[in-house]
Design a protein around this ligand. Structure first.
Ligand code: PMP
Length: 379
C-alpha cells in the first residue's frame, strides 16, 4: 500500500485553520432548498446586472472567435478598446478573469508574508481572502457603525508603513464613495492604494482612472464588466495603473486569464457602452425607488448607496437575526445577502433589480416582517 498524502501536514501554515471566501450559492441550489420554482426566484444577493449582457455582447458570444486557439496573452484588442474608452494609454491597462484576478495579482506580485495590508471593514471579502492566502497581516481601520463612513485618521495611520490599502468606491457592502480628501491623504502615505471601482458606473462620483493612468500616483484602479456590462459569469475585469506596475503585472499574470469568449463579449460591450450606461442609469433610478419603498415600510432602514445594492438595517421589531430574515425572504423566493460579520448581524444587503423585482422584494418583506415580528429576541 502506498503512503497517504497528509493534507493537514502539507497545507501551508498561512492557510491552516483559515476560512476561505464566503461566496453566494447558485440560485438553482438555493431554489431547490427553499422549495421555490427557479422561475419565481428574485435573485438580489449577488449585485449582478438584472438586464444581462448587451445585445452586441450576446451576438459576439454566439460566434466569431476561435475557441480552439489560446487567447492573446498580451490582451492587445481588449486593452486597445479599453484605452479608447477611457482615453488612456494601453500600457496602463491589465485585464484579468474578473476584478478578482487583479486583486489576486496585486497580492501575487507585491505581498510577502508578514506585509501589512490595510482595509476599512465592513468591505469586500476578497481583500481579506488574499491577505490570508498570501500570509499578509491584515490591518483594519473599521468604519463607524452609524453611517459606515471611513475613520480617515485611523485609516491613514494604518497606511503608514503598510504595503498597500484596499478601498472600494463605492464600498461593498455599505455603498458609500471614498471621499477625495481621504484618497489624497492615503496617496501621500507611501502605501500602494488600490481603489476598487467595481460599482462606479452606478455612482455620481468621478472615477480615479485618469489619475491612475497618469502615472503620478501610487494608485491602481480596478474595474469590472460583471456589474455595468452584465458579464459576471464570463469573468472579465481590469486594472488601470502606472506603467511600471502594469509591466510587472503583465509579466507575472497567468498568461491566458481572459478567455476568448469573455474578451469578445467585453469588446462588444464597449461598443454598446451608451446602452449599458443607460441601463446603469435605470438601475440607479430603481435604487431610489427601492430605497423609498423600504423607508416607507416598517422593517428595513437602508444606508445611502451609490452602488447597485442597499445595505439595510433591520428594525428592532424584526428581531436581531439577519440570517432569519434572509431565510424568511428566501422561502418567498427572494434571495438577499447576509454576512457573518458580527457587526452585520442585523443587516441584509439587497441588490437592485428590475422594477418588478423591487415590487416582489417589498411584498415579500411585508410578509416576512409580519412573520418574524413575533419571534424577536429582546436581549
Ligand atoms: N470588487 C468589489 C468591490 C466587488 O463587490 C466585486 C464583486 N462582488 C468584485 C470586485 C469582483 O468583481 P469581478 O466579478 O470582476 O471579479
Amino acid at each position: 500500500m502506498s503512503a497517504r498524502f497528509d493534507v493537514d501536514a502539507a497545507l501551508r501554515p498561512a492557510l491552516r485553520g483559515m476560512e476561505g471566501y464566503e461566496p453566494i450559492e447558485p440560485p438553482e441550489e438555493a431554489a431547490a432548498r427553499y422549495g421555490v420554482v427557479p422561475e419565481d426566484v428574485v435573485k438580489v444577493d449577488g449585485n449582478e446586472n438584472p438586464y444581462g449582457p448587451s445585445p452586441r455582447a450576446l451576438k459576439a458570444l454566439a460566434g466569431g472567435y476561435e475557441a480552439h486557439r489560446y487567447p492573446d496573452p498580451d490582451q492587445r484588442r481588449l486593452r486597445a478598446a479599453l484605452a479608447a474608452r477611457h482615453h488612456i494609454p494601453e500600457s496602463s491597462i491589465v485585464a484579468g478573469a474578473g476584478a478578482d484576478e487583479l486583486i489576486d495579482l496585486v497580492f501575487r506580485v507585491f505581498v510577502d508574508p508578514g506585509d501589512r495590508v490595510v482595509i476599512a471593514s465592513p468591505t469586500f471579502g476578497m481583500y481579506g481572502f488574499g491577505a490570508r492566502l498570501y500570509g499578509a497581516t491584515l490591518v483594519d481601520a473599521p468604519r463607524d457603525e452609524a453611517e459606515w463612513s471611513i475613520d480617515a485618521d485611523a485609516l491613514v495611520d494604518a497606511a503608514e508603513g503598510a504595503k498597500m490599502v484596499f478601498v472600494p468606491s463605492p464600498n461593498n457592502p455599505t455603498g458609500g464613495l471614498l471621499p477625495r480628501d481621504v484618497c489624497e491623504r492615503l496617496l501621500a502615505s507611501g502605501a500602494l492604494l488600490v481603489v476598487d471601482e467595481a460599482y462606479i458606473e452606478f455612482a455620481h462620483g468621478e472615477s480615479l482612472v485618469p489619475l491612475a493612468a497618469s502615472g503620478n500616483a501610487s494608485l491602481i484602479v480596478l474595474r469590472t464588466f460583471s456589474k455595468w456590462a452584465g458579464l459576471a459569469g464570463l469573468r472579465v475585469g481590469y486594472g488601470v495603473m502606472p506603467r511600471p506596475i502594469a509591466d510587472a503585472f503583465m509579466q507575472w499574470k497567468q498568461p491566458y486569464g481572459v478567455n476568448l469568449a469573455a474578451e469578445a463579449a467585453a469588446i462588444a460591450s464597449i461598443e454598446d457602452a451608451s446602452l449599458l450606461d443607460e441601463r446603469a442609469c435605470e438601475i440607479a433610478g430603481e435604487r431610489g425607488r427601492l430605497e423609498a419603498g423600504l423607508r416607507d415600510g416598517e422593517w428595513l432602514d437602508p444606508a445611502p448607496s451609490e452602488a447597485n445594492f442597499l445595505l439595510c438595517r433591520m428594525s428592532d421589531r424584526l428581531g436581531g437575526d439577519g440570517a432569519a430574515l434572509r431565510e424568511a425572504l428566501a422561502r418567498r423566493g427572494v434571495f438577499v445577502r447576509f454576512f457573518s460579520d458580527p457587526r452585520l448581524r442585523r443587516h441584509v444587503r439587497i441588490s437592485v433589480g428590475r422594477p418588478t423585482d423591487t415590487d416582489r422584494v417589498l411584498a415579500a418583506l411585508e410578509e416576512a416582517g409580519r412573520e418574524l415580528e413575533g419571534t424577536r429576541d429582546d436581549e
